[in-house]
Design a binder for this molecule. Structure first.
Ligand code: GRF
Length: 219
């Protein structure tokens, strides 16, 4: 049985595309049933529709400052579609406790840094400024504290001399597209616990030239 999954986006949707592509595999344990965006102009909506997936906008501007009502509308759409797992993929709205609690332990996010380093925005420029030699991305469960939920998967990339912010973003994004589908597959199949479990962690073996080889937990 494939777990019914929704993806929330706000823009380009390249991680969404990676999840959709992976979920086409008949053996993938999740099915992407719904894409929602808080922005009607999100490019990812058209991409999802082209892939034959229902994609709707629930425009936050229609709700003014009433975040709770916007999230209630999202929650209603998720429930109407009988969604079991929610993947945030470049969803650029702070969540209130309403959505976080409703989807506790069933909502994943991808963040472009090796958490707990660099939560929040502008992670690549901050990594360059800090002079770190390793950077990367993290898939984690969503909790009320931003970018702080239990870590399900991480991938690291080297920071190379002369890297621009865009160079680093591209290198990390490639890993995002690898670990998000791998983490969703493991989570949907019940191989990743909702609490941190060292035996269940996914990681790449490090190095951009090895970046496509993702280690998955056995069984
Ligand atoms: C990604 O870098 C993701 O880690 C972050 O927002 C960006 C979204 O990119 N949360 P895309 O829309 O998936 O292309």
């Amino acid at each position: 049985m494939k777990r019914r999954t929704a993806i929330l986006i706000s823009g380009r949707g390249s991680n969404m595309e990676a999840l959709i592509a992976a979920a086409r595999d008949p053996g993938f344990p999740a099915r992407i049933d719904l894409v929602l965006s808080n922005r009607p102009d999100a490019a990812g909506l058209a991409t999802a529709r082209r892939a034959g997936i229902r994609a709707d906008a629930i425009d936050h501007r229609d709700f003014g400052r009433d975040r709770a009502s916007h999230e209630a509308a999202i929650d209603a759409a998720l429930r109407a579609a009988e969604i079991e797992i929610v993947c945030l993929a470049g969803y650029l709205r702070m969540l209130t406790p309403l959505l976080v609690q409703a989807w506790q332990d069933r909502m994943l996010n991808i963040h472009p840094s090796l958490l707990p380093s660099f939560p929040g925005l502008h992670t690549h420029s901050r990594a360059l400024e800090a002079g770190v030699k390793l950077h990367g991305c993290t898939v984690h469960l969503v909790t009320q504290e931003m970018d702080a939920g239990p870590i399900l998967a991480q991938a690291a990339v080297p920071v190379l001399p002369g890297d621009s912010e865009d160079d680093l973003a591209r290198r990390v994004l490639r890993q995002e597209h690898a670990i998000y589908p791998a983490a969703l597959a493991a989570f949907a199949a019940g191989r990743l616990a909702s609490r941190p479990d060292p035996d269940a962690a996914l990681a790449n073996p490090l190095g951009w030239e090895l970046g496509d080889r993702i280690q998955t937990p056995p069984g």
